[in-house]
Design a protein around this ligand. Structure first.
Ligand SMILES: Cc1cc2nc3c(=O)[nH]c(=O)nc-3n(C[C@H](O)[C@H](O)[C@H](O)COP(=O)(O)OP(=O)(O)OC[C@H]3O[C@@H](n4cnc5c(N)ncnc54)[C@H](O)[C@@H]3O)c2cc1C
Length: 374
């Protein structure tokens, strides 16, 4: 066994979801030589943190999908989990296959509109093509409207205006302050200034009232967007939505129904064990933990859950999860950015060193034992 850890034959960890949490748990288990199965709908890890760059730059999407099979071989299974049998300790797939587990890590994350998220039962090549199609739609459009000015929306608007300064880019946000509420006011103000400097038009404190009727991500002639407070109609060619993340709870709702929080997250104790279940952990966006939902936190949760599985097998005390102060970097196109590390403001220099997420993407390739494509 890899690191010399000797575990009973009955030990088999099943990880549901191969996002930032699930892939970090799989890498940890693999390095410790503990038998596991990672199940995901896609056949590749999606580095969605860089999905917005992949929406404007031809060829970038290929760097954001990393094959599970090449990293985890037989320990990966593609499929959609539709249920968990807590009594028999099995995970149930859509094709009725049942996977036994001794320990379960639930890492189903969250879903939201494309291009920020791409959670579908699909292949890496199909997913890459969908991003390349969007790049072509962006190229055709003269005026792009981004709906939603949270952290994803401001990055999307900045990516568009950086690569296509000649295009009109409008960002419509229902609130007045941009980006994540957990960011320092100074960071949120800097984000606004960067967008204005780049020439993004901001429409703040307004909702698009006819969003449900609009076709997203396809370039068209004169699409009319109506606002809820102003009578002004905005005419654009391409609408990209960056709103409304929701927790992927469908596969565990019937197992834990009465325990779920109102947003669908799973309540956990300080060791990240699902309340009342010593051998089941919830990590990443689907865990009911205070603070923002972030990829780097998902990775930290995963490491704690694997440590606790090992400690429980070895009869050692469990390790509590401690989040520390918030770190969040926003890349505002390839030449600018802002954020905070451990609660402190950081400007463009540090963020642009991350070259619009290139460094973060590269780290994931390395962590999964693969070389990033050029
Ligand atoms: C555009 C954008 C930019 C972001 N930028 C940053 C950033 O710069 N830094 C940062 O720290 N965070 C960032 N975030 C947040 C970050 O993406 C999330 O916090 C992170 O993805 C959470 O990881 P996760 O593993 O919990 O879930 P996810 O990444 O959502 O992964 C869940 C996985 O589970 C799979 N799955 C779900 N249900 C099932 C099922 N029933 N059966 C099988 N598989 C299933 C999905 O296919 C998916 O692969 C960003 C988010 C967005 C949308």
């Amino acid at each position: 066994m890899g690191s010399g850890l000797s575990v009973d034959e009955s030990v088999r960890v099943v990880i549901i979801g191969g996002g930032f949490a699930g892939k970090a748990a799989a890498c940890e288990l693999k390095s410790k030589g503990i038998p596991f199965v990672l199940v995901d709908m896609k056949d590749a890890f999606h580095h969605n943190v860089a999905a917005l760059r992949a929406s404007v730059e031809t060829g970038f999407a290929r760097k954001t999908f990393i094959s599970f099979e090449e990293s985890f071989h037989d320990s990966f299974k593609q499929g959609k989990v539709v249920g968990i049998n807590l009594e028999t300790q099995h995970v149930i797939l859509e094709n009725n296959e049942e996977l036994p587990y001794s320990h379960l890590i639930i890492a189903t994350g969250s879903d939201g509109p494309f291009p920020g998220k791409f959670n579908k039962l699909t292949s890496k090549e199909e997913a890459i093509q969908v991003y390349e199609d969007l790049v072509n739609e962006v190229k055709k459009a003269k005026h792009v409207v981004v709906v939603g000015g949270g952290s994803a929306g401001v990055e999307m608007a900045a990516e568009l205006k950086t690569d296509y300064p000649e295009k009109e880019v409008t960002l419509i946000h229902s609130k007045v302050a941009l980006a994540d509420v957990d960011l320092e006011p100074k960071v949120r103000q800097a984000i606004k200034e960067i967008l204005l400097k780049k020439g993004v038009k901001l429409v703040l404190g307004q909702r698009v009232s006819n969003l449900d009727e609009l076709t997203l991500n396809v370039s068209q002639e004169n699409v009319a967007l109506h606002l809820d407070k102003d009578s002004e109609v905005i005419n654009a060619n391409l609408i990209i939505a960056c709103i409304g993340l929701k927790i992927n709870s469908s596969c565990y709702t019937s197992a834990f129904g009465d325990k779920l929080a109102s947003d669908g997250t799973l309540p956990v104790n300080g060791f990240l064990q699902v309340d009342g279940h010593d051998n089941i952990y919830a990590v990443g966006d689907c865990a009911n933990l205070a603070g923002p939902k972030l990829a780097y936190l998902a990775g930290l949760h995963a490491k704690v859950s694997v440590t606790n599985i090992i400690n429980s097998l070895m009869g050692k005390p469990l390790k509590p999860f401690k989040s520390g102060s918030l770190s969040m970097l926003l890349s505002m196109g390839r030449n600018d950015g802002v954020g905070q590390i451990n609660g402190c403001y950081v400007g463009s220099f540090i963020v642009t060193k991350a070259k619009s997420k290139d460094i973060f993407v590269g780290q994931s390739w390395k962590e999964m034992g693969q070389k990033m494509p050029k």
